[in-house]
Structures are given as C-alpha cells and as structure tokens.
Design a protein around this ligand. Structure first.
Ligand code: IPE
Ligand code: IPE
Ligand code: MG
Length: 246
C-alpha cells in the first residue's frame, strides 16, 4: 500500500506498453511444454491490468503476437490463437466490471475467423468503458503498420484528399493503428532481451525503456510498480536541457 501511495505522489505514465516475453523459456526451465508457458502468462496479464487499474493508468498496450510470430510451429500458433479466444471469453466480465475498454492493433484480417469474431465482440461490448484502454497488439508489426499508413496516405494524395505538402507527423499519426492512443511513455520488456522486435517503432520515439530479466509468467503487479518507480526517477528532457525543464 505504501509503495502505491509513493507512486501516486509522482507523475504517472499515461501509456505503458509491454513486450510480454519469456513464456517459452519459463516453461522449459520447469521441463514443461512451451504452450504451458503461454497459459501461465495469462495470469501476469491479469496482474498488470489490475495494477494499472489501481493506479489509474489510462492506456496499457500489450504485445501478444507479432507478424513474425506467424513463422512459429503451427501447433504453437494454433494453441496461442485458442488461448486468445478462451481468455477473451473468460475476461469479458472483469473488463466490464472494471470499466476497461478493449482495443486491438495489427493486421487483424490475418487472424482466424473465430479469433477475429470473438475480439470484435468484446471490443463492441466494452466500447463505452472509460477507465482504462487495454490494447492488444495481435498479428502486429510496426513495419507492416507503417507500410499500411504510407499506402493509405498515398491513396488520399492520389485522390486529392491530402496535398503532399500537408503531410506532417499529425497526419501520419492519424493513419497508424494507434491513432486514438497517446505516445508510449514507458516501454517494458521482460525476459532479459533488450530489443524492440518490431513493436511500436514510431510511437516509442521518446518512451522510457525498461528491461527486466523476469520471465513474463513470473511478472507480477509488484514488478510493474518497480518499473513505474524507475520511470519516475528518469528526467524526460525531450531534447531540451535540464535547466529548461524547471
Ligand atoms: C512471448 O514468449 C510470447 C509470444 C511471443 C507469443 P515467447 O514464446 O517468445 O517465449 P521465449 O522468448 O521463447 O522464452
Ligand atoms: C516479441 O517476442 C513478440 C511478443 C512478445 C508478442 P518474440 O519472442 O517474438 O521476439 P524475438 O523473436 O525474441 O525478437
Ligand atoms: Mg520470445
């Protein structure tokens, strides 16, 4: 509780994004199948959602499946997709009770029909919720997103809807999957890997990066608080000098 009060006394990130990594290694460590690691990761998802809710964080974006993850063994992909459907079904009540709006980013048309439908259902049912926007990055790749954005803007230029000299950062933002979201303030990656893996390249331009060796299934609310506390110690200068900030 004390830890929570302490965090609330300082500026909170408006948008936290997490690369939930290490499920496979977690399972392997205990001699279990990789898919058990993915199943166990679901409870960490619940932990971070709860933690964000308690602090009043407005946006949480979770990297659940990348465009590159389609290259994994078929059985693993199938299990991940099944897990997604069952988790969405299980969590809908909790999303409603906690005023959480579900959102999804990525090339969703590539998802199996059943997953796509379940996802759209939950998005529709929670669309008026206000406290926290929970965005799942699914079949998401930042380069795919940017390519898609370039295509959409090009079509508008071709049809004289946008003039090329009017293209600015704002217009690019409006055409990204994340158009409704603010920039990422804090990016967390678990499992000890220190890379971005094609996640939100544009949106993390000025995010604070936080890497932890904790594997995703072991990640708890307390780990989230630790990351936020570390974030609160950083001085975000956005190119200015320290003196200018005061
Ligand atoms: C993250 O865990 C979950 C997904 C990428 C879907 P991994 O499955 O990548 O786990 P490791 O990195 O192999 O341990
Ligand atoms: C990134 O993790 C994608 C997700 C967490 C969904 P990966 O495990 O796929 O990333 P790499 O391959 O180690 O970079
Ligand atoms: Mg991984």
């Amino acid at each position: 509780m004390n830890l929570l009060e302490n965090i609330k006394d300082h500026i909170l990130p408006k948008h936290i994004a997490i690369i939930m990594d290490g499920n496979g290694r977690w399972a392997k460590q205990q001699g279990l199948m990789r898919v058990i690691g993915h199943e166990s990761g679901a409870k960490s998802v619940r932990q971070v959602i709860e933690g964000c809710g308690e602090l009043g964080i407005e946006n949480l974006t979770l990297y659940a499946f990348s465009t590159e993850n389609w290259k994994r063994p078929k059985l693993e992909v199938q299990t991940l997709m099944k897990l997604l459907v069952s988790s969405l079904r299980k969590e809908i009540k909790s999303l409603q009770d906690n005023n959480i709006k579900l959102n999804a980013i990525g090339n969703l048309s590539l998802l199996p029909k059943k997953v796509h439908k379940e996802l759209q259902d939950v998005i529709e049912q929670t669309k008026n919720n206000k406290k926290l926007t929970l965005t799942l990055a699914l079949s998401y790749g930042s380069r795919e997103e940017i390519t898609n954005t370039v295509k959409e803007i090009s079509i508008k230029v071709k049809n004289n809807i946008i003039s090329p000299d009017k293209i600015d950062e704002l217009i690019i933002n409006e055409h990204l999957y994340t158009s409704e979201l603010p920039d990422v303030d804090l990016l967390i990656r678990t499992s000890g890997e220190q890379r971005i893996s094609n996640f939100l390249l544009w949106q993390i331009a000025y995010a604070e990066l936080y890497f932890t060796s904790v594997l995703w299934p072991d990640f708890t609310k307390e780990h989230l608080y630790e990351a936020i506390k570390e974030y609160q110690k950083r001085e975000r200068r956005f190119g200015k000098t320290s003196e200018q900030l005061n």
